[in-house]
Structure formats: C-alpha cells, structure tokens
Design a protein around this ligand. Structure first.
Ligand code: CP
Ligand code: NVA
Length: 321
C-alpha cells in the first residue's frame, strides 16, 4: 500500500538535488507538488506528528542582509525535519574578506547538504549554485524572493480554495516581491496586476518572461500606474515596502514617488468585499499600508509569515531529502 508519506517521497524524486533560484525554473506541476507537500507538513505539525525526513542533514544559511522570518523559519524548519542549520553571517565568513563565491561553494559542498543564501545580486546566487554540488536556495536577492511567494501561494490557496483565476493586485514598488509574484501567478494561472509609478515598475525583461509563462497557463499579467481602476474586482491586494534593503538612502525620494500608492481603507473598499490583504513583512504602517488595513479583518499577514515555515520545510524535504 502506498501511504501518503511514501507518495510524497515518490513525487519528490524529480526535485531531489535541484536548486531553487527563481520560480521560473519550476513547472506548474512541480510548484503544485511543493504546495501539496507544504499542506501535508503543516497538518503534521498542527497534529503534533513528527515528520523528520532530513535526519542528520545540515543546511548552511548565508546572510548578507538582515532577516527575521527567513532566518528563523529556515533554522526552525530544518531542525523540525530532523536536521540542523548553521547561520553564516557574511561578515563573519571569509566571503566578507574576499574569498570567491566559487571557492566558498566548493568548500561548503563538502560539509553540508544544502545552502540557503540571502544576498544582493541574483548573479551571486547563480554563481554559488553553479559551483556547489548541493542544492542552493534563494532566500532573497534584489531581483527575486521565491521562498516568500511559495508561502504566499500556499496562503492564497488556503484562503480562496484555488489559485487559478484569482485576481491579485500588487500595489507599490516593482521590486523582488513584484518579480517573484509575477512568475508565481503566471505559473499558477492567476490574474496579476502590478500597480507602480513610472520609474518604479518591474524589470521589463522579467515582465516579458512572466507574460510568456502566463500565455501557457491561462494566466494574465499586466503592469499599470493607476491604483483606483486596477483594484476593482481584486480578490487579493498585496503590498511591500517602498524602500527595500539596500535602498535606505532613497527613503525620502521614494516616499514622494509612492504618495498615492498607499493601501488604505478607501482603496481597499473598491476591491471585492471579501478581499484579502497580504504583505511579506516587515511593514511600515503609515507608509505603504495603514494600520487599519494591516491589522484589520481582511489581513492574513501572520498566516503568510507562518507559512514560510511550512512551505520551506516542504522545499527542503523535496530538494534535500
Ligand atoms: N519576508 C521576509 O523575507 O522577511 P525577513 O526579511 O524577516 O526574512
Ligand atoms: N522588498 C523587501 C522584501 C523584504 C522581505 C526587501 O527586499 O527589503
């Protein structure tokens, strides 16, 4: 008899050993499998049933930027799966003193079973993955945040029951979150509208890539600069900070550019009555979102944050199991 756990292990075979650098490297079926596995892992945890497929495995976690959710959910997650995590601040390891990414990748591959990295350039993550013989997971770059979107897809599915056809309106900076949401929505057959002022819209190359993916999956991706019309009919409204990590010196300039793009009660009232509000966190109340919205009844931001744990446990199980 094939048990639920055996079935998961069978389905994981095609993902074993793979990197997770951007959602564009995965098929709809693969993402669907990860989401099913995330639901299973969450159910086991809620029922107090141990799920420890990574006994004896070690994840290295390189951080070149700050983190609360990513660090704690990966470290707690690998421990709950039976393994252990090693936190590696880039300031403390030799990478911070100029050791090459290629050498670091090859050295760490001899000790570890997987590497999670949060850094600035997507190219660094790609270089690490090229030289590492173990799976590399992107824990955020300036370009993408695929782990966040995996958890977000799990959350939308929990709240709306489906992903196909759900209209998600992302209002704010065309940043790493916008890019990964475009790819995730395109793969999963959603309608995604990015609303951002000119000069802060997503990278056109990534928009083009997402639009091509969307055509294959009955999804729709668009980029506009006017929030009021865009938000009509929205099932989900999503926002993120106006100045991301590394852009602190642009804070004042960006506050001016994004005036009129705040998700507040008035804007949210134009969406569907059962609209869900999402934010990857950390949030700045009074800037990209009002306290009334993020702390209000439509907000699922803490469910989203919790799902980082479950979605990444599924990811580690699939890649490293
Ligand atoms: N959403 C997210 O990645 O949060 P952290 O920066 O705290 O990891
Ligand atoms: N866009 C934000 C996301 C933080 C999780 C940043 O890069 O700082």
């Amino acid at each position: 008899m094939i048990t639920e756990e055996n079935q998961i292990i069978l389905n994981n075979q095609q993902l074993h050993g793979r990197d997770f650098l951007t959602l564009a490297d995965y098929t709809k079926d693969e993402i669907s499998h990860l989401l099913d596995l995330a639901d299973y892992v969450k159910k086991q945890k809620k029922n107090g049933i141990a799920f420890e497929p990574l006994k004896g495995k070690t994840l290295g976690m390189i951080f070149e930027k700050s983190s609360t959710r990513t660090r704690v959910s990966f470290e707690a997650g690998i421990y709950q799966l039976g393994g252990m995590g090693i936190f590696l601040s880039s300031k403390d390891i030799q990478i911070g003193r100029g050791e090459t990414i290629a050498d670091t990748a090859q050295v760490l591959s001899g000790y570890l079973d997987g590497i999670m990295i949060r850094t600035f350039s997507q190219e660094s993550v790609e270089e690490l993955a090229e030289y590492a013989s173990i799976p590399v997971i992107n824990g955020l770059t300036d370009t993408y945040h695929p782990c966040q979107v995996l958890a977000d897809l799990q959350t939308v599915k929990e709240v709306k029951g489906v992903l196909q056809g759900v209209k998600l309106v992302y209002i704010g900076d065309g940043n790493n979150m916008a890019h990964s949401l475009m790819l995730g929505a395109a793969l999963m057959g959603m309608e995604l509208v990015v609303v951002a002022p000119k000069g802060y819209q997503p990278d056109p190359v990534i928009t083009e890539k997402a639009s091509k993916l969307a055509e294959q999956h009955d999804a729709k991706i668009s980029v506009v600069d006017e929030p009021v019309d865009a938000v009509k009919g929205a099932d989900v409204v999503y926002t993120d900070v106006w100045a991301s990590m590394g852009q602190e010196s642009e804070q004042a300039k960006r506050e001016l550019a994004f005036k009129g793009y705040q998700v507040n009660e008035e804007l949210l009232s134009l969406a569907n009555p059962d609209v869900t509000f999402m934010h990857c966190l950390p949030a700045h109340r009074g800037e990209e979102v009002t306290a009334g919205v993020i702390d209000g009844k439509n907000s699922v931001v803490f469910q989203q944050a919790e799902n980082r744990l479950h979605a990444q446990k599924a990811l580690m199980t699939a890649l490293m199991g």
